[in-house]
Each structure stands twice: as structure tokens, then as C-alpha cells.
Design a protein around this ligand. Structure first.
Ligand code: SF4
Length: 399
């Protein structure tokens, strides 16, 4: 958009509230117009209030990092390990059972299966371990892990990296939703010296294909963008527009995470600058205004501990998973907020914090989305905790 057109940006801001789409060029101009930041946040907050009301949600979860082996090497990642590393692990079925049971006892409702991408393609020792467990692939083992979590009273949500349509079809039977961060649609980030140079599973075309196939399979889906990894503002907007287009075609995107890169001293991408609070807030706001209003917009509260009020003011309606039991294994240096403190921040801004399930209410009764075998389990949790007021058991159990 030309500079001469910037005075028109206030008119452009009115479009989403009137039900009209922002074009990519308009969204980019809004992101760049620092003088319009207060108006951008205000408009996004108004859009959130219009559709989501004065309720902000989170999912009480237990984080089950089934394995931290991964065949990719994203340069910002401290989660992945190689076999032989003293910090490498693959959880046993018994460990999954123990942690799932403990999590449920503390009020968790979601079992987040979050793990490295297809380590069996890279490591013979891991293939042997899988075979000893009776499996050929990680996806097969995750299926078993989900069954264990279900038996422990939790609802699984799996993010295991790239999955085939067949793998997703199978996992749909034991997951209420699946996830894959799109991160960014720019193939440039796979280039030499970029964060995804050594991460074949971060090829945007492959991730877009999985998101499409999940839509065809009617799987409630979580995706999102990672900001601060060398992308341009235009590439952020392109990523959000791609997610909007996918949701328009299939209707399966239940939530979009806006995750900010956090620098860590040991990563190869240590020279990347962390996005500022303002940068994160404007991106949450533009996500709220680009995406269809019924798509939940989320930012992880542990990655911006000082900025919860700002994120609420930017139009966020969900904080994602928060655990009373397990750390954020991907960002272990960033503790979860105390739920009672987060609830107080929400209350001060005029919002009520509530628990939610790993499947959003709109998808529970939408034909084809929730596997029939999971319906009774979901309804049991809706009747007890899910969608109710902030869980006292969780807030008291949280460190
Ligand atoms: S971010 Fe995910 S895909 Fe990339 S190296 Fe880490 S675990 Fe593997």
C-alpha cells in the first residue's frame, strides 16, 4: 500500500467489524503503521468481544513429550536431542500412564502429546526401541500413548509434526483435535543460513498439505505462526491469510497460536532478536482481524509473563494449555503463570478466565468432527469441568 493511502487506514480498520475481509496489503499496512497501534489493538479487542464475549479460556493440560528425538534441526530449538545425549528420552508406556493419572488428579483435561518429528527415519537405535515397544513408527506409538491417556481420563491432543493422511485418520480415533504449527509459509526460511535450513519437515508446502488433509478429514485443528524467526511482516500476513483460506475451505481451524520466539543462550539462532511486546501485540491484533472471528486466537502466557494485560488488550481470547504438573518442555525456562494470578489479570481487564477442553464447543456436535468413541468422554468432562469456571483444583495445585 502506498504511503499516500495511509490516511485511509482508519477506514480500513472498520472493515473486519463490518464483516469484510482485510486484504493482505491492507493488513500489512496496518501492521506497519505504528501511529495506528492503539486503534489496531482497540479494533481487535472489539472484534474479540463481539464474538467471544467477556470470557477468556485456557486448557488445563499435562504435557507428555513422548520423545525428544527429532530428525529436524531448527536452529531455535532446545527441545530436540540426538540419541546418546544424556538428556534424550522416549517415555515408556508406564511413564505415560503415571503422568496422565497425576495430571487428571490435579484437574487436567488435556493430554498434549508433543514430540519430535519422525526420529525413526534418522536413528536406527530409536527404530529398535520402537520395535521393542511393538511399533514401526512414532505415529503408531503415539496412538498407544493416546489410548493410555484416554484411559487415564484425559482428552488427547497430538502435535507430532508432519503426519500423513493415513496417520491422521488413525489418530482421529483417539484425539479430540490435532495440531501443527504452520510457523510461516515462506520457503525462504528453508534457505541457507535460515532457521529451517536443516529441517525438511518445515517445508511450508508439506505443512500446508497436512493442514489441507486435516480439513478433508474433518479434524478440529490447531495451528499458528512463530514470530521472530527471520520472517518479514509481509510473510506473517501471508501466513495468516493462508490459514484463513484453509479455514474458509474446510472450516476445521479451531485456534491459531501466535507464538513469539524466545532466545536461549545455547541455540544456534542465538543472534536472532526476540520480538518486542509491542510486536507480539500488533501481530495478535492483526491475526484477530485477518482470521474469521470464530477462530480462537491464542498466545502462550509463559512466553510473555509481563504482558498479559497487553495481550488481552490486543484481542486474544485464549491462553492455550497451562499445566499444574509438567513444564513447557519446549521452553523449560519459562514457567507457567499461576492460574489464580492470570485470572486476576483477566478480571482486572473485565474478563472471566474459564477452563476449556482441547476440542472447542463448536466442533463437539458438528457432524463428522469428533470420533463417536470419544463423544461420551467429552460430554462427561463438559458436564464436570470443561467450560465451567476457573478450576479451583488446578489453581491450588499450580506451582
Ligand atoms: S522445533 Fe520441532 S521439528 Fe524443529 S528441531 Fe525442534 S522438535 Fe524438531
Amino acid at each position: 500500500m502506498q504511503l499516500a493511502a495511509r490516511p485511509r487506514l482508519r477506514e480500513v480498520l472498520a472493515k473486519p467489524l463490518a464483516g469484510d475481509d482485510l486484504t493482505g496489503a491492507e493488513a500489512l499496512a496496518l501492521l506497519e503503521a505504528s501511529e495506528l497501534l492503539p486503534a489496531l489493538l482497540e479494533t481487535a479487542a472489539a472484534q474479540r468481544d463481539r464474538v467471544w464475549g467477556r470470557v477468556v479460556t485456557y486448557s488445563p493440560k499435562v504435557f507428555l513429550p513422548v520423545t525428544n528425538l527429532c530428525r529436524d534441526r531448527c536452529t531455535y530449538c532446545t527441545f530436540r536431542k540426538d540419541p546418546g545425549d544424556p538428556d534424550a528420552w522416549t517415555m515408556s508406556p508406564e511413564e505415560i500412564h503415571v503422568w496422565a493419572t497425576r495430571g487428571r488428579a490435579l484437574g487436567c483435561m488435556e493430554a498434549l502429546m508433543c514430540l519430535g518429528d519422525k526420529p525413526e527415519l534418522a536413528y536406527p537405535s530409536y527404530r529398535t526401541l520402537l520395535a521393542d515397544l511393538g511399533h514401526r513408527t512414532t505415529a503408531e506409538y503415539v496412538f498407544q500413548a493416546c489410548e493410555i491417556a484416554l484411559n487415564g481420563g484425559l482428552l488427547p491432543h497430538t502435535n507430532a509434526g508432519l503426519l500423513t493422511a493415513d496417520e491422521m485418520t488413525r489418530l482421529k480415533a483417539v484425539n479430540v483435535s490435532l495440531g501443527l504449527m504452520l510457523e510461516n509459509v515462506s520457503p525462504r526460511l528453508r534457505g541457507r543460513g535460515q532457521v529451517h535450513q536443516w529441517a525438511p519437515d518445515k517445508e511450508p508446502a508439506l505443512r500446508l498439505r497436512m493442514l489441507r488433509e486435516a480439513g478433508e478429514l474433518q479434524i478440529p485443528f490447531t495451528t499458528g505462526l512463530l514470530i521472530g524467526i527471520g520472517e518479514t511482516l509481509a510473510e506473517r500476513v501471508e501466513t495468516l491469510v493462508a490459514i484463513r483460506d484453509l479455514h474458509r475451505t474446510y472450516g476445521h481451524i479451531q485456534e491459531v497460536i501466535v507464538q513469539n520466539f524466545r532466545a536461549k543462550p545455547t541455540i544456534r539462532a542465538a543472534d536472532l532478536a526476540e520480538p518486542s511486546a509491542t510486536d507480539l501485540a500488533r501481530t495478535v491484533a492483526i491475526a484477530r482481524l485477518i482470521l474469521d472471528p470464530e477462530v480462537s486466537v491464542q498466545a502462550p502466557p509463559n512466553l510473555s509473563p509481563a504482558d498479559h494485560a497487553l495481550l488481552l488488550a490486543a484481542g486474544l481470547n485464549d491462553w492455550g494449555g497451562i499445566s499444574p504438573l509438567t513444564p513447557d518442555y519446549v521452553n523449560p525456562e519459562a514457567p507457567w503463570p499461576h492460574v489464580a494470578a492470570l485470572a486476576a489479570t483477566c478480571r482486572a481487564a473485565g474478563y472471566t478466565l474459564r477452563e476449556r477442553l482441547a476440542i472447542y464447543p463448536a466442533y463437539i456436535d458438528r457432524p463428522g468432527y469428533l470420533a463417536p468413541a470419544l463423544r461420551a468422554r467429552v460430554q462427561a468432562l463438559v458436564a464436570t469441568d470443561g467450560g465451567g469456571p476457573m478450576g479451583e483444583s488446578l489453581s491450588e495445585g499450580h506451582p
